[in-house]
Design a protein around this ligand. Sequence first.
Ligand code: BLA
Length: 511
Amino acid sequence: MSRHPEPDLSSCEQEAIHAPGSIQPHGALLVVSATFLNVLQASANAPSLFGLSMPELLGSELSSVLGPEQFEALRELGARLPASGEPVLLRAVRIGSGPVLNAIGHRTGGAVVLEFEPGADGTGPPGGLHSVVAAFIAKVQAATTVADLAQRAATEVRALTGFDRALVYRFEPDGTGVVVGEDGNGRLPSYRGHRFPASDIPKQARELYRRNRLRLIPDVAYVPAELVPALNPVTGEPVDLSHAALRSVSPVHVEYMRNMGTAASMSVSVLKDGELWGLISCHHHAPKVVPFESRTTCDILAQVLALQVAAREHAADYERRVEIQSVLTRLLAHMARADDYVSGLLAHPGDLLGFVRAAGAAVVSDGRTGLVGRTPGEEQVRHLAAWLFREQKREVYHTDALSSAFPPAREYAADASGLLAVSVSKLHPTAVLWFRPEVIETVRWGGDPRKAVEPVTGRLHPRKSFETWSQTVRETAAPWLPSEVEGAGELRNAVLGIVLRKAEEMAALNV
Ligand code: BLA
């Protein structure tokens, strides 16, 4: 089975999830003019909240809906809403004798979206939310690995929100996701270490989650409340709810959550260097609302996690680059001292292999093949190099699954599933090849990824079972790091310099 089984998702990715035209009804939403004066659109559940009929609500000025005092306060705060569209908790409001609600506002297009949702329940953590953040910063500084960081973040977010389970979910370069930290009370199954297909969170959802870092589904059994009228009367377009906390979620995802046996979820984006690194994803067996203040605190924790992850990854990358440069310097010296660079490289196997952490290496030059460490046979290496010269136009080639690109490599997959190769000269076929052995990996998936999507009558459906499904991945090696690939490129340039100089010397001698 191929390493990354992925079904065709084009129809998933096309759903306009940012503008569903409806909301989740645990709160109510008004789209008002930028001046705050007129109500342009209202969610179908807003009339009962405000004690007005829909025509009254839509025909009203906001001041008469909220009462003059609350209106003035909201308008003043609303005038300062950021143009970026970031939602802001404006203030608590009370409509008639109803409960206290949080009024949250943000700008979208030329309008303002006001959301009214259940407020703080008075059960915040002792010492306030800032003390949670301060304590978390101290804890993550003590963490030694990214897994440790992720674990602490999961524990903290669960402690803060009371969800049954909190997962830290990291995206891999191929779009799949791995649960790298988890905290739970045992009520929902554990997915620690499990991998999930890329299709579980399609492309446009990831893009949305990069722009808006938080989403909440308090009750998956909700009946959406439509916006009335469906189109914004000023623009004639559906209103963009990308930043709305109440945005109705994709029906496919609702089905996914039901299949998974979860009644409520919240997920917070973890952004590293502006990109979506992962999510902190929380679930509950029963409906659950998380107030704005706690959500914001979770967002801060997620960003602290991201900064710490970035700091550690950058430090590791820097260390590796320094190491590569020092080995490169030694390799250059070996080449300069030897009669020819091939012997210079081969005479110092420790450096040649350690340079890119390879188990074997080969230097192929003008029909000569030198091998060190764990490599395929000489004939096989020559055959492989000929393929590289013929098919691979790039000067630096790397793969962690050689047999997928070059099937004859199946024969020696145990020794060489990873290949990093630089071709120096086409004229006198010269190349340096590094090999990494096969690492047989057992991947535990959260459900069979070949059944990630079930195409039933026109619309795609998510899978029904999330039972662990183990896959044995063969003929792959530990991936090459960007610093190693770049280091190999630098070595190539140095060798090229030597080869050119030699060619010039030969030419001069011939004159
Ligand atoms: C959204 N999918 C999501 C979200 C998560 C997952 C966390 C964000 C919304 C939320 O916080 O609940 C996936 N949930 C997971 C994973 C785990 C989990 C991996 O608990 C692991 C433990 N989903 C499918 C298929 C499609 C799909 C086949 O399985 C498309 C055809 C779509 N998922 C989908 C869409 C969204 C989504 C469209 C966006 C929902 C929205 O924000 O409107």
